[in-house]
Structure formats: C-alpha cells, structure tokens
Design a protein around this ligand. Structure first.
Ligand code: ATP
Ligand code: MG
Length: 355
C-alpha cells in the first residue's frame, strides 16, 4: 500500500508542471484512496492494540461516527473546524501551493462543551473512522507499560486513514518540570513528542484537554492548530435548546429565550441532562412539559440578578403569570412588574370607529 502511495506521490510531482489537472487528480486520489480502500476491512485485518495488563482494548473505535443532533459551535470555532475539513476536500489546491493539510489540532475547553463531539463531527464529515484513546483511563497501573501502549496505538492509527483523538491529554502530558512527577512520566512525554513529530499528514490527530496549563509546552507547540471551546453564550444556548426541544415539543420556540437566560454559564452537556430529566418527569407523570420547564428555569436561576432575569424572561414570553414567576424564583412581584415589558393596552375605541 505504501509503495503504491509513494509511486502516486512521485507521479503527481512529476506531472505538476506539464499536466496540472492530472497531478491534481493523482493528489486527490492519494488523499482519498485509503478511505475508498475501506478502513473497516483494514481494521479487521489489523488487530486492535490491547493493554498487556488489563487486556482491555485501548482504543474506542467508531467505524461510522454518528451524531444524534448537530453540534452548535461558537463562530470562530466553526470557521476553524470547517477549514480543517475544507483542507482535506481541496487537497489538490493545497498541494499546488506547496502546502500540506493541518495534521493536528488541540481542543481546549471545560467539560461538556463539544470537544469529543467535534472530533466525531470531523470524522463524519471526512467519512473516516474515529479512534479515541482516553489517556486518563489507559494510564496503566504499571506506568512503565504506558509508553509502549501509546506507541503501539499511534503506530496502529498511522496505518489507517482515520481521525485519532487523544482524550484527556493532560493526564499524560504533565509538565516535565513538575517536581512531583517521576522519571517515567517524563519519558512518556518524550514518546508522545516523537509520535506527534512522526504523525503523517494523511491522518488527523486531535488532542483534547480541560487543563491546558498542565500541558508540557513542547507538546502544546507540536499541535499545529489550537482551538478554544468556550462555554456556550446566550445565543448558543438558545440554538441548542431549540435544536433539542423542537423535534419533541411543539411549544419549544417560546422556551428558547427564557431557558437561554436560565442556563447562563452551564455547559451543553449539563443543559442536555436537565432537559432530558424534565422530559422524563413529564412523560412518567403525564404532566405538562411547560410546567416542568418553568420549574427547571426557576431552579437554575442563581444570584439575585439571575433570578430576576429568569422571572422577567418567563413573564415577558407569556409562559407564566407574575404570581407564578414569584413562586418559582422568589423575586417580588413588584420587581417583576417593574422589569417586564408593559402589556400593551387594546386600542381605545373612538367615536369614529363605531359604525
Ligand atoms: N457544542 C455542542 N453542540 C451540541 N451539543 C453538545 C455540544 N457540546 C456538547 N454537547 C452535548 O454534550 C455531550 C457531551 O459533549 P462532549 O463529550 O463533546 O464534551 P467534551 O467537551 O468532550 O467534554 P469532556 O472534557 O468532559 O470530555 C455531547 O454528546 C452532546 O450531546
Ligand atoms: Mg470529551
């Protein structure tokens, strides 16, 4: 396989000046061929790497990565991720400019904001299998074996055209100057650095971390792209709530803005969990989901300003009365009355109106 790729690569180079379209075609073939050659079959041929101690599979393999709802990415992040996909799809253009596609990217952000989901999304867009190595889980009880395990997994991943996600990278990539760490961990970092250097441009290597400050600067530097996954802002939460509720709840639209206020500062996965819990309760107790969401919004509100904002949003969107909003959030009715948009009075009839 590698011989064929090498020959194609040389031919593409040779024809670059005399027959650019042919060279482009060859380059595209080179980028795509392992996908066509069915990564599924290749995986069946190459046994999955296994930890020698636990005999557990080190890798989680998703041959056909699927997402049950579309991710909501912050605008900058969406641009960066779309660029990664476009680089692979337009490999010929990059090649013509003498460039390689981005090989590696580091995903940085708190838990539950879509780092793993983005890796799955990338793999799905590129029609590649997703391989996930959870480093925190894999750190062998015998630390000495982890270096070998890591090398083993990366060698395996290099052989198939995949997206490889090194999850919880900070578990391994502790700073080498950390006094508390033993030498073995330092050697592990060295293994990781070598592997990052050797990673082929045909593959996509992703790292995810909640604690960027713990990462060794040498590892940080080796990732070609760094992408921040922020907690969702109000617009992102509203979008997420709409995506989640609209397919199952006809009145979803009225709830997006008030819930976006109530869930301020929460991660997507926290929000998802709360919405599912509310739906479960409503289903089991044959109760209106509206009531459950109102309680949820009231419970989420924290701090005086937060409670007032939630009470106001609930009343403004016509979801509950001022009295109910007071009961849910503890905010005085006078305060709610002063903050909510005044109800428009119906136009007074004048003499001309009456026939
Ligand atoms: N940006 C997002 N858009 C839509 N849903 C999301 C998003 N982020 C997270 N979710 C939901 O939350 C779940 C958990 O997210 P994910 O596993 O991607 O978080 P993570 O950032 O990898 O967290 P951790 O650091 O704990 O691994 C997802 O399966 C998805 O349902
Ligand atoms: Mg994750």
């Amino acid at each position: 396989m590698q011989d064929v790729q090498l020959t194609l690569h040389r031919a593409a180079k040779r024809y670059r000046s005399s027959d650019a379209p042919l060279a482009d075609h060859l380059t595209t073939l080179l980028q795509e061929s392992p996908t066509f050659a069915s990564p599924l079959r290749k995986q069946a041929e190459v046994p999955l790497p296994v930890d020698v101690d636990s005999r557990l599979h080190l890798l989680r393999v998703e041959t056909d990565p699927a997402i049950d709802h579309e991710p909501v990415f912050a605008p900058d992040l969406a641009v960066a991720l779309t660029q990664l996909v476009a680089e692979r799809r337009k490999a010929a253009l990059l090649n013509r400019a003498g460039l390689q596609p981005t090989r590696s990217a580091l995903f940085i952000g708190p838990p539950g904001v879509g780092k793993t989901m983005a890796a799955r999304w990338l793999a799905r867009e590129l029609k590649r299998p997703l391989l996930i190595l959870d480093l925190a889980a894999v750190m062998s009880s015998l630390l000495g074996r982890t270096g070998g395990n890591l090398r083993h997994v990366l060698d395996y991943a290099k052989g198939i055209n995949c997206v490889l996600l090194l999850d919880e990278l900070d578990a391994i990539a502790k700073r080498r100057d950390d006094q508390g760490e033993i030498g073995e961990l330092k050697r592990l970092v060295t293994v990781l650095i070598q592997q990052l250097d050797d990673w082929p441009s045909s593959g996509i290597l992703l790292g995810a971390t909640n604690h960027p400050a713990l990462l060794d600067p040498a590892i940080w530097r080796r990732f070609e792209a760094h992408m921040d996954f922020p907690l969702p802002d109000r617009a992102a939460i509203a979008q997420f709530v709409a995506d989640t509720l609209a397919p199952v709840f006809p009145e979803a639209t009225a709830w997006t803005a008030p819930l976006a206020v109530a869930f301020a500062g929460k991660s997507f996965s926290d929000i998802e969990r709360e919405l599912i819990a509310a739906r479960r309760y409503a289903a089991i107790n044959d109760a209106p989901l509206n009531d459950r969401l109102a309680i949820l919004a009231g419970n989420q509100a924290t701090g005086k300003a937060g409670r007032i904002a939630v009470a106001t949003a609930l009343v403004d969107h016509g979801l509950v009365s001022q009295r109910k909003a007071r009961a849910l959030t503890g905010v005085a009715r006078d305060t709610i009355r002063n903050r909510t948009a005044p109800k428009r009075k119906p136009p007074r009839r004048t003499k001309q109106d009456t026939p």
